[in-house]
Design a binder for this molecule. Structure first.
Ligand code: 13P
Ligand code: SF4
Length: 350
């Protein structure tokens, strides 16, 4: 089928495979990918769609942890395929299973973590990190479910460990009224923890950040307000707390899209999230001014890896009866990781 445009390959795959095929795309994917997907969404919506799907093949256009999440939630016989196996996530790379075990051990020297601390993992983590959290009775969360999950976690145990995004953790803590003084940050590079600080902490954060969202600065908010009077600022909760404090709105990628799309014609928006999404919002809202909050808009190089040819190659494989780039998680990791993800889905549907 060499030479066919991706839209033609998708149409042919849909004609032959019908309901057995589901193509999911995250909002940060290239337009050519988002345009041909069955569904586009934020991480929570995509997890829900994957969990509810009866399709035999879920082709996940996003980064690896998202496809792996779908694989963990998959039913018997379902397969999740990712067009680019090398699509990682800067944030997910800040934590690994051995470092998490090391932190738990260090905490054991000053408290009884198994009784006192409930771990919560942002979905931007590998399945073994989710499995650790599931085994300890904790839950996963996404940017749109972090508040509900943290509230639930504090109803279960006196302290919470939130990994790996320190900014999402602190931004959510502020919404719940937890003072900075009750928060301790664990830096995996310096494993000697400040015993006194950790002993009194209610919330323990991992020192991870997203390389894309860390680029938005408070000076950017001040600059856009100066240069475009009346502008509204909407940002993702992976941004620095100093930026979130100054913004008018904060929320997941889907929340950002809904907020800008629902605003009246003539509105101006400075958006603090990945550039490809901001550019699409600009295109889809010609009656508004929509631009990046940063002077040099940051983009997620991992999300950009998936090109139309990569998606076409996966679909052409399926049409030939070949399953390429299947994401697999061994049962000893999948089962506890699934428990953590299902807790999140239950908390957010309650
Ligand atoms: P959302 O869940 O808001 O789509 O965020 C995913 C992500 O990786 C943001 O950087
Ligand atoms: Fe990961 Fe940041 Fe890219 Fe989101 S934008 S996928 S958190 S690196």
């Amino acid at each position: 089928m060499g030479g066919l445009a991706v839209a033609d390959v998708v149409a042919e795959a849909r004609r032959v495979l019908g309901e057995m095929l589901l193509i999911l795309a995250h909002h940060y994917q290239r337009d050519e990918i988002v345009d041909v997907a069955d569904f586009r969404g934020d991480s929570l919506e995509l997890s829900r769609r994957a969990a509810a799907s009866a399709a035999r093949w879920i082709v996940f256009c996003g980064v690896h942890f998202m496809a792996e999440t779908a694989a963990v939630l998959a039913r018997e016989g379902q397969r999740v395929l990712i067009p680019r196996e090398d699509a990682g996530c800067f944030l997910a790379h800040t934590i690994d299973y051995p470092s998490l075990v090391e932190l738990w051990r260090a905490l054991s020297g000053i408290m009884d973590p198994d009784r006192e601390v409930l771990p919560v993992a942002y979905v931007n983590t590998t399945a073994d990190v989710k499995a650790f959290v599931g085994e300890k009775g904790g839950a996963c969360c996404t940017s749109s479910s972090a508040e509900a999950v943290l509230r639930w976690a504090f109803s279960q145990r006196p302290r919470v460990l939130f990994v790996p995004d320190q900014y999402l953790g602190r931004n959510t803590a502020r919404r719940l009224g937890i003072p900075d003084d009750d928060i301790a940050v664990w830096d995996p590079r310096f494993p000697d923890l400040d015993r006194e600080r950790f002993a009194r902490a209610r919330l323990i954060l991992w020192r991870g950040t997203c390389n894309v969202h860390v680029r938005f600065l408070p000076e950017d908010v001040e600059r856009v307000r100066r240069e475009r009077p009346g502008v509204r600022v909407v940002v993702h909760p992976e941004c620095r707390p100093e930026v979130v404090e100054l913004a008018d709105e904060v929320g997941s990628t889907s929340y950002i899209i809904r907020t800008v799309s629902a605003s009246p014609p003539g509105s101006a928006w400075a958006v603090g999230t990945e550039e490809r999404l901001v550019a699409r919002l600009n295109k889809e809202n010609p009656d508004k001014e929509v631009f990046s909050l940063a002077e040099v808009p940051p983009f997620c190089s991992y999300m950009s890896l998936t090109r139309p040819g990569d998606l076409a190659a996966i679909l052409e494989g399926l049409l030939r009866g070949e399953e390429r780039n299947v994401v697999e998680v061994p049962p000893e990791i999948r089962d506890p990781a699934r428990a953590a993800l299902e807790r999140m889905l239950e908390i957010t549907s309650a």
